[in-house]
Design a binder for this molecule. Structure first.
Ligand code: AMP
Length: 190
């Protein structure tokens, strides 16, 4: 099963992706994780990416695509993958389509985890008070949400045009949301 999984920070995407990975036994491929690993390892690409990431901007399409290509070529991704954090813009949508066609792994479904901004702000505020994570600071969460809404709307439309977009409500308990996700997976995965 080949899935693109997307949703804003605080939507519960990480939690749900982990559950889905266990259910489908396919790797969870997060471009954010791949980039953070490259930064930590100090590879040439990591060195380039670091400053961009620290500024909260998007790393160049070329760098991210190269990393993704390498990751999807690994044997554990032959049976499918859950892609997280990619594509983030329309150029990346096109690049992904070309890459997946070339490796003979077309996408099955794009799942969007939908949580209203009000709920995300509430969740992050509670976590901010408890854990003091700087990225949960309400001002930063608002800014990220704005960027997410701007950049993701065209990506969602792209998958909708291909007839591959499924939107799932991310409001409620973890197991309730997970049950909704399982219910929308194409039959082949069930
Ligand atoms: P994330 O963990 O998905 O929030 O990603 C963390 C950071 O990595 C982002 O703020 C970007 O700087 C960079 N990044 C992750 N995925 C991409 C992507 N698909 N395109 C460009 N930059 C990305």
């Amino acid at each position: 099963m080949r899935i693109v999984f997307f949703g804003p920070n605080g939507s519960g995407k990480g939690t749900q992706a982990a559950l889905l990975k266990a259910e489908l036994t396919v790797p969870h491929v997060s471009t954010g994780d791949l980039l953070r690993a490259a930064v930590k390892a100090g590879t040439p690409l990591g060195v380039k990416a670091r400053a961009v990431m620290e500024a909260g901007k998007l790393v160049s399409d070329e760098i991210v695509l190269g990393m993704l290509e390498e990751r999807l070529a690994r044997p554990d991704a032959r049976g499918g993958f859950i892609l997280d954090g990619y594509p983030r813009n329309l150029a990346q949508c096109a690049a992904l389509e070309t890459l997946l066609a070339r490796i003979g792994q077309p996408l099955d479904v794009a799942i969007e985890l939908d949580v209203p901004d009000r709920v995300i702000l509430e969740r992050c505020e509670i976590r901010f008070r408890a854990e003091h994570r700087t990225d949960d600071d309400p001002a930063i969460v608002r800014k990220r949400l704005q960027v997410y809404r701007e950049q993701t709307a065209p990506v969602a439309r792209h998958f909708a045009d291909l007839g591959k977009l499924v939107t799932v409500s991310g409001v409620g308990k973890v197991d309730e949301v997970f049950a909704r996700i399982l219910a929308v997976l194409p039959r082949a995965a069930a």
